[in-house]
Design a protein around this ligand. Structure first.
Ligand code: UT7
Length: 323
């Protein structure tokens, strides 16, 4: 019996506090015009003092469980993609497991920065297909505001906080057009580790550090790697770009998304774009965008969804799913 991992629910959470570009320009040497023109970002949400990544993740997770119509006790795997965990250890996922009152199964975090959600989907899909778990919560959650260098206007204007979650369930694959994850494709190239990194950590400085990015270089790699991995994902399934109903990309920069779809010959109308309102929420950006498009009725049962992301590492990846 071949198993498939079907997405049976999704949810998201954004902290209440909204910071517009105009707000930022009061304390940072920047303008709404520069940020909008270069990135497409208009505003971002920031977590309140004391509000942690696990708090955002827990909200998104409970909403996803509600949309799936299942009790937390049915979940036997929790994987959180995050680069801003609450603490060095334990994993943010086990804090969520504890809050949900789940005492069985497994919970762990994945660190692949902005590719974290695609990496998590890939690992969880493999585990569900091989019967290692039956019902999984896959969460992307970040408080990027905690690792920003407010003296670096080239990075501090780009990021936001938030969380998104999906519930995946292993079920017998239908013979024709089975719903769920169709394939995942993940990559990394550590020779580019210095293009985008955090200058701290438990073993190096003893503190979390702040984001350092060679923006132009990362931009170039993003367009190339994202187009390549999308071509790889489509080819693996004998699909064309025209077969995809919705592209749900990582939201780092509107120009990266536009350059990628131009390279692939994809229709802009089929792209879920949330960057203007959320900014770059790293591992949370894909599930936040997914939930936005499911909630407003754009993504419907049977639609083919293509997700792609690139981030520090460099890491990148894509996933194709039938909703
Ligand atoms: O999610 C992980 C992956 N991350 C990404 O994909 C990000 C990829 N990179 C980018 O999105 C873009 O490189 C940025 C949006 C970060 C920067 O855009 P850019 O067009 O590459 O600008 P730049 O860094 O080359 O800077 C151009 C100019 C500079 O001024 P000069 O030297 O030309 O006088 C900067 O000092 O813009 C200036 N600048 C700013 N001006 C106003 C940089 N940041 C700002 C700012 N406000 N916030």
């Amino acid at each position: 019996m071949a198993l498939n991992s079907r997405i049976i629910g999704c949810g998201s959470y954004l902290p209440e506090k909204i910071v517009t570009n105009a707000d930022l320009s009061k304390t940072v040497d920047t303008t709404d015009e520069w940020i909008t023109e270069r990135t497409g970002i208009k505003q971002r949400h920031f977590a309140a003092e004391g509000q942690l990544t696990s708090d955002l993740a827990y909200e998104a997770a409970t909403r996803a469980l509600k949309s799936a119509g299942i009790d937390p006790s049915e979940v036997d795997l929790i994987v959180v993609g995050t680069t801003t965990p609450d603490d060095t250890f334990p994993a943010t996922s086990v804090k969520i497991q504890g809050r949900l009152g789940i005492k069985h199964g497994a919970a762990f975090d994945i660190q692949a920065v902005c590719s974290g959600f695609v990496y998590a989907l890939s690992v969880v899909d493999s585990m569900l297909r091989t019967g290692q778990a039956r019902t999984a919560l896959v969460i992307g959650a970040e408080t990027m505001s905690r690792i920003l260098d407010w003296q670096d206007r080239g990075t501090c204007v780009l990021f936001g906080d938030g969380a998104g979650a999906v519930v995946l369930r292993a079920e017998e694959a239908a013979p024709i057009n089975p719903r769920g994850i169709i394939s995942t494709h993940i990559h990394s190239d550590g020779s580019y580790k210095d293009l985008l990194y955090c200058n701290g950590g438990p073993s190096s400085t003893g503190n979390a550090g702040v984001i350092k990015m060679m923006g132009r270089e990362v931009f170039k790699h993003a367009v190339t790697n994202l187009a390549d991995v999308v071509v790889e994902a489509l080819a693996a399934n004998s699909l064309d770009a025209a077969d995809i109903d919705w592209l749900v990309p990582h939201q780092a920069n509107q120009r990266i998304i536009e350059s990628t779809i131009k390279k692939l010959g994809m229709d802009r109308e089929k792209v879920v774009m949330t960057i203007a309102n959320h900014a770059n929420t790293s591992a949370a950006s894909i599930p936040l965008a997914l939930d936005a498009a499911v909630s407003d009725g754009r993504i419907k049962e049977g639609d083919l969804i293509l997700m792609e992301a690139m981030g520090g590492g460099l890491t990148w990846g894509a996933a194709i799913a039938r909703w």
